[in-house]
Design a binder for this molecule. Sequence first.
Ligand SMILES: *Cc1c(COP(=O)(O)O)cnc(C)c1O
Length: 227
Amino acid sequence: MIKDNIEAVRQRISAAAARVGRTDAITLVAVTKNHPVEFMKEAAAAGITDVGENRVQEALQKQKEFPDNGLTWHLIGHLQTNKAKHAVEHFDLIHSVDSEHLLRAVDKEAGKIGKVQDILLQVNVAREETKFGMEVEEFPALCRLAGELPNVRVRGLMCIAPNFEQVEDVRPIFRIARALYDDMKLKFPEGQVQYLSMGMTHDFEIAIEEGANVVRVGTAIFGARNY
Ligand SMILES: *Cc1c(COP(=O)(O)O)cnc(C)c1O
């Protein structure tokens, strides 16, 4: 069933890309948070290469239960500064760097283990009070700072859109994110900024139409989560 769901999501991704004439690669991050490691194994067997988790502790446990998984691990949830150490040890790409404090903590912890940590800057594009992510106004300064820190490498931008009743209403939000991302590319060495991470189960097709090349999909692949 997971295999069929992945196939269905892939077809929807291709269709959305085709609608806007895109032929570039789009990474499907299978969001396995709150699901058992067996689901992750099934997804990997069905060709999933990238998994997303939102809690460091849960990811760590799954890595223990699924060693030599060969997967690329994405941290998509809010990261507390005091967990930066484990985050840099266990994740390939951290999507949720959203403050100077956290940026500096990730840089410091990565430095300690001789790693250059790939990160995305999470921007609260929709200006939602309840969401994490830096303010749009803070974004230029944090780009500048990130460019100066030796142990982080900014690879792009992440945003989470509001859950509108009419899903089409997210389009302008994704459009702003895309504009910030295009602008961001010019601030870093050529080729470094490559990932625009936006779109979840309910809105990934619109995100792709607006330029997302990393989508984070949980429910459409694994069903509803049990909390
Ligand atoms: C849980 C989560 C997702 C996946 O959400 P679905 O609606 O289940 O696809 C994507 N991104 C983030 C940041 C999440 O926390």
